[in-house]
Design a protein around this ligand. Sequence first.
Ligand code: ADP
Length: 224
Amino acid sequence: EIDMIEFTDVTKSYSVGTRALKGVTMQIEDGEFAFLVGPSGSGKSTIIKLLMRFYDPTEGEIFCNGRNIKEYNLQKYRALFASAFQDCRILSLTVAENVLMRRVKEDERSKVEEALKLADVYDKVMSLANGMDTILTREFADDGAVLSGGEFQKIGVARAFVRECPIKIFDEPSSALDPISEYKLFDNILKSSKEKTVLFISHRLSSVQNADWVLMLEHGQVIE
Ligand code: ADP
């Protein structure tokens, strides 16, 4: 269970002399829908990378339930998050394996189906030769299915829906989607995550009105 995530004066430099984040302080409470917005390069993904401990802050601290996240077992800590990244890699595996990111047990198929529906790509997947057992990409399979950028992105988004975790992270999940698909996706995220903590990242403000709070970043700083 997660009650609270806290950033206190967090700064991150990837290389000497540059700062991707400057003194970011924020709190995310259990069940909140938080929206991070700002132009590209403003530090949104860096917040996620620090939160998930792909990197540690250069200065400042991140706490989870009052404990520094460095004190947690990394694997157990990361298991708290389900994430969909904009540059999700689609692997040369079946649709279902791509959603679960591992082999699929028979009793998990309905879970995958539900996630594909929430990501609004279920009908497309069902139109493929072998449904959710269709191999994606032509990398290793001559008859592998090649989908559009937006459809591949939706399969990546299904990864965040399928996992039952306290915190869901959507990092620009709609960058390759048209406005109607974006609206639908946002609606499904809201509906499916009523009691969950959600971090939604976008460079567009279009779907912000239902968020509990909005953090606006510019040049690595919180400006609003
Ligand atoms: P956003 O998600 O808002 O587009 P990022 O957090 O990805 O912004 O990037 C913020 C800044 O940090 C950018 O200037 C970017 O070039 C830099 N940056 C991000 N990741 C890395 C990295 N792994 N190594 C070096 N610089 C990085």
